[in-house]
Each structure stands twice: as structure tokens, then as C-alpha cells.
Design a protein around this ligand. Structure first.
Ligand SMILES: *[C@@H]1O[C@H](CO)[C@@H](O)[C@H](O)[C@H]1NC(C)=O
Ligand SMILES: *[C@@H]1O[C@H](CO)[C@@H](O)[C@H](O)[C@H]1NC(C)=O
Length: 467
């Protein structure tokens, strides 16, 4: 029955262009989109601009469920979606990545699929030592609570790095220079380090891999904890520079050696309200960083098809007025949506390229100071890099400029990326962030409101860590 119905629509869609102009035909080119056939089984949808051209339809499912098609865009009178399917969209149950590859121990219960609120417990065979969480619950964001359980022998130079849920590992030797390689079960995406090496110090290089589904998000709490911890250890690196001169007082003098680049995406999926949100996100972030007793130099960029520098690194360092953060905020308030210009594309390559230019200029002006500077890039993007080409070569150039391929200078560069929303292409983005010191550099949040919640939590975590 349903199949016939679909066939009818298909035929209609095919012959409509031929009889365009006929009054009964819904495909006439008034560029509004049809109201029919949009329902989702088990859920709802919202429209950003009704049924008119450019409107974004977002599917919403109840807790514990995700939509099989996330969104649709009204384009040229048709609803387009990234996933090509003729099936009616449906809300499907969220599952957590399978923890069944659990070496040297046992997972209970052993099931095919694990849904939200399912609990698993872990124990080791005799002769193995347990690390991690012995009990984990599948959370509504598609991740397990706690940390990866591991049963290891701990007789090698590095501890057993474990097998995070949803992944499999090759490599079972854990001595210096031994490598382990991970992959995630299809269709999950690996976030973190695919390859890890056992280092001299008895630690694994990089960041523990995690397997994310398209619907997996970081909660504001998770992101906040990880970002605070990462920022804290990285800002501590900055503080070492002056520990000697100033004893316990951990404040940096003006023009100190910390350069922070903040870039925010303003491309089409973000509407006007979100744009205001993006501006307040920048303000909040700068405010939160100020709690860390550092006085960084800032460059702030907003990008879409083009890149606009709200304030450049050079201006910030040389212009008294610009250095006054209140002025930056003022400048921000004067900066409005229209000034972004063409906002149809997400040109991540171009924004990294702009940051690279600024860094090159800084190096040119004072190479010694540049070498001693901690460089932090914090990027917020809501989409795929859909224009300007692959941003990765630019990021490689940034890495090269800062580290000059010296491993001990790697700590001078931190590349953070916050993927915001449904359209984040996880695979693309993974190569754009730092991977080291067990810290997390890529975060995926539902929307900017969640980003702001995350920033709100940050200070709580900062104080919790200090106690
Ligand atoms: C779609 O949903 C609306 C509102 O829930 C309902 O009135 C309508 O009958 C549904 N249409 C179809 C084709 O199921
Ligand atoms: C999971 O458990 C919580 C707390 O008991 C409950 O509020 C929530 O609705 C449950 N979610 C699902 C998808 O069952």
C-alpha cells in the first residue's frame, strides 16, 4: 500500500516538470515547498521559515530516540536532505557503541544492542587488573557513562590502552615504540587518535579514541570538564614561562606570551538569532578564560564564505584601544549580521588561512617571542567545509610554523574545534585538532545554547580541579 503511494509520488514528481503551469500541479515554480509528506514516524518537526525557500526543517524525536533523517532544506521548491532515502523518516532508538569487544574479562549482560538506560558491568579474568568504570550506563547522548574499563596485565612499559566500546584494536604489545591501531565499527566515526604509540614516559601518545554515531553529542557537562582540564593544563604551560621571575603570582604581564585565535562560523544554517548567540559565545569564552589568571592576546574572526577579522592579533598587540576588551565587545556589538557578506558557504580553509597569515606576521616581527608563545586556536563551526577546499593543508602549515617539526614544541600549539549542530562532518574535522596528552580537542555539541551552558559550567570545574 505504502509502496504504491510512493510510486504515485515518484511518477507525479517525474511528470510534473512536463506539465508545469497546470493549476492542479504542486510543482509550480513559486519556490515554496510542499506541505505534504514531511511527517516523521514517532516524532515532530519544526520549520525555520515556514514552507518558503531557504527554510530549514528539523526533525525532533523524544528522549532516547534520534531521527533517521536529521533535517531538510527547502531549495528550488523541493525539500532536499543529505541522506537520500525514499522511506518515511522515523525516530529510531539510540544505541550506545557495543562494548562487546572486551578483552581478558567479561561484560554482563551480553546483548546485541544496548539502548539508553541499559546498564553493563565489567569484571576481569583472574591474573588481570581492572581499571576504569566497573559499571556503565548508556546515556541519552549515545555515550557510556564513566571511563573505558580495561583488564590489563600491567607487565609492559605502557599500561594496556584498552578497547573503547564500538572499536577494535590491532597491536597487543605495549613496550616502548609499540603501536596500537584502532578502527570503529561501521557506521561509527573515530574521534581521537587512530594510532597510539607507547612513549618513553610509560604513556600512550595522543588521545583515547571514541566511536561516535551521527547522533552522538557531548553533553555540556562532558565538554566543559574535558575542555577545562585541557585548557588548564595548556595554560599551565604558558604560566611556566614566568614562574621563575614572579614566584607564586601566576599572572602574565601585558603582551604576555599567549596568543588566542577565536573563530566563529556564521554560515547560512545559522540564523540571525544564532548570530547574536555566536557573539555572546565569544564574549563568554573570553570572560571564562580571564578566570585562569592569564592575559592573552586575541584575534577574533567571523567566517562564512569570507572571513572578517573583528580584531587582528597585530591590532590587539599594538593598539591600546583595541587591547581594552570592553572595546572589542563594543566593536562586536556594532558588528552585525549584514557585514558578514555572503553567507552561503562554510569556508573553513580560508579561516585557517587567515590565522596562518596572522601567525606569519607575528613571527616576522619577533621570531624569538613567537617561539616562546603559546598559540591556541578555538574554532566553532556548524557545518562541513563545503567550500574553499580541504582545510587540512592549512592546518598542517600552522603546525609547521609553530613547531618547526620539533616534538618538544608541539605543546606550544593547541587546536580546538567545537562542532555545533547536526551537519558536522566528524571525519573531516578529526584531522584539524591537536591530539596529545590524553586531552580532548574536538567537541560536538547540539547547538550554541549548549555551548553556552558548557561555558557556564567551566568555572565550576576549574575550582573543583583546584580543590
Ligand atoms: C502529519 O502530521 C499531522 C500532524 O500531526 C497530521 O495532521 C497529518 O495527518 C499527518 N499526515 C500524514 C500523511 O500522516
Ligand atoms: C532513562 O531513565 C531516566 C531516569 O529514570 C528517565 O527519566 C528516562 O525517561 C529514561 N529514558 C529512556 C529513553 O528510557
Amino acid at each position: 500500500m505504502e509502496c504504491k503511494q510512493q510510486l504515485k509520488w515518484l511518477i507525479l514528481a517525474m511528470i510534473c516538470p512536463l506539465i508545469a503551469g497546470a493549476p492542479s500541479c504542486m510543482c509550480k515554480r513559486d519556490s515554496s515547498c510542499p506541505k505534504e509528506n514531511l511527517n516523521i514516524t514517532g516524532g515532530n518537526f519544526v520549520l525555520s521559515k515556514g514552507y518558503s525557500e531557504g527554510s530549514l526543517l528539523k526533525y525532533i524525536c523524544p528522549d532516547g530516540y534520534y531521527p533517521s533523517v536529521q533535517s531538510r532544506l527547502c531549495q528550488d521548491g523541493r525539500w532536499t536532505s543529505k541522506i537520500k532515502t525514499r522511506k518515511t523518516p522515523e525516530c529510531k532508538k539510540i544505541t550506545c557503541p557495543s562494548p562487546r569487544v572486551f578483552e581478558n574479562g567479561e561484560v554482563i549482560p551480553y546483548k546485541d544492542k544496548y539502548y539508553v538506560n541499559d546498564t553493563t558491568t565489567y569484571s576481569c579474568h583472574s591474573d588481570y587488573t581492572f581499571r576504569g568504570s566497573a559499571e556503565r550506563v548508556c546515556k541519552p547522548n549515545g555515550k557510556w557513562s564513566g571511563s573505558t574499563p580495561i583488564c590489563g596485565r600491567d607487565s609492559d612499559h605502557c599500561p594496556d590502552p584498552g578497547v573503547p566500546p564500538g572499536s577494535s584494536r590491532t597491536g597487543n604489545m605495549f613496550n616502548i615504540d609499540d603501536k596500537v591501531t584502532y578502527r570503529c565499527q561501521s557506521p561509527l566515526t573515530l574521534i581521537g587518535s587512530k594510532v597510539r604509540v607507547c612513549l618513553d614516559g610509560g604513556q600512550w601518545s595522543g588521545t583515547e579514541p571514541q566511536c561516535y554515531a551521527d547522533y552522538t553529542y557531548d553533553t555540556p557537562e562532558e565538554a566543559s570538564e574535558a575542555f577545562s582540564s585541557s585548557l588548564k593544563s595548556n595554560l599551565a604551560v604558558t604560566q611556566q614561562f614566568k614562574e621563575g621571575q614572579q614566584g607564586k603570582k601566576k599572572t602574565m604581564c601585558q603582551g604576555g606570551k599567549l596568543d588566542i585565535y577565536i573563530a566563529v562560523d556564521a554560515s547560512e544554517r545559522i540564523d540571525k538569532k544564532d548570530f547574536e548567540n555566536a557573539k555572546s559565545t565569544i564574549k563568554m569564552l573570553i570572560d571564562k578564560i580571564s578566570y585562569y589568571s592569564v592575559s592573552p592576546n586575541y584575534e577574533i574572526l567571523i567566517f562564512a564564505t569570507d572571513v572578517t577579522r573583528i580584531i587582528s592579533m597585530r591590532d590587539f598587540k599594538t593598539n591600546e584601544d583595541a587591547r581594552n576588551l570592553m572595546n572589542i565587545f563594543k566593536e562586536h556589538d556594532d558588528f552585525n549580521y549584514e557585514r558578514v557578506g555572503e553567507i552561503t558557504g562554510t569556508n573553513i580553509a580560508k579561516v585557517y588561512s587567515a590565522i596562518l597569515e596572522s601567525m606569519k606576521l607575528e613571527e616576522l616581527i619577533n621570531a624569538i617571542a613567537f617561539r616562546e608563545t603559546q598559540h591556541i586556536v578555538i574554532m566553532f563551526t556548524d557545518g562541513q567545509a563545503n567550500m574553499g577546499g580541504n582545510p587540512r593543508p592549512k592546518v598542517e602549515q600552522i603546525k609547521h610554523l609553530v613547531t618547526k617539526n620539533h616534538p618538544d614544541r608541539e605543546k606550544n600549539l593547541d587546536l580546538y574545534l567545537f562542532g555545533v549542530g547536526d551537519d558536522v562532518n566528524q571525519e573531516d574535522i578529526n584531522g584539524l585538532v591537536s591530539q596529545r596528552d590524553q586531552e580532548k580537542y574536538f567537541f560536538k555539541l547540539k547547538d550554541l545554547t549548549e555551548v553556552q551552558k558548557m561555558l557556564d559550567y567551566m568555572i565550576e570545574y576549574k575550582y573543583a580541579q583546584e580543590r
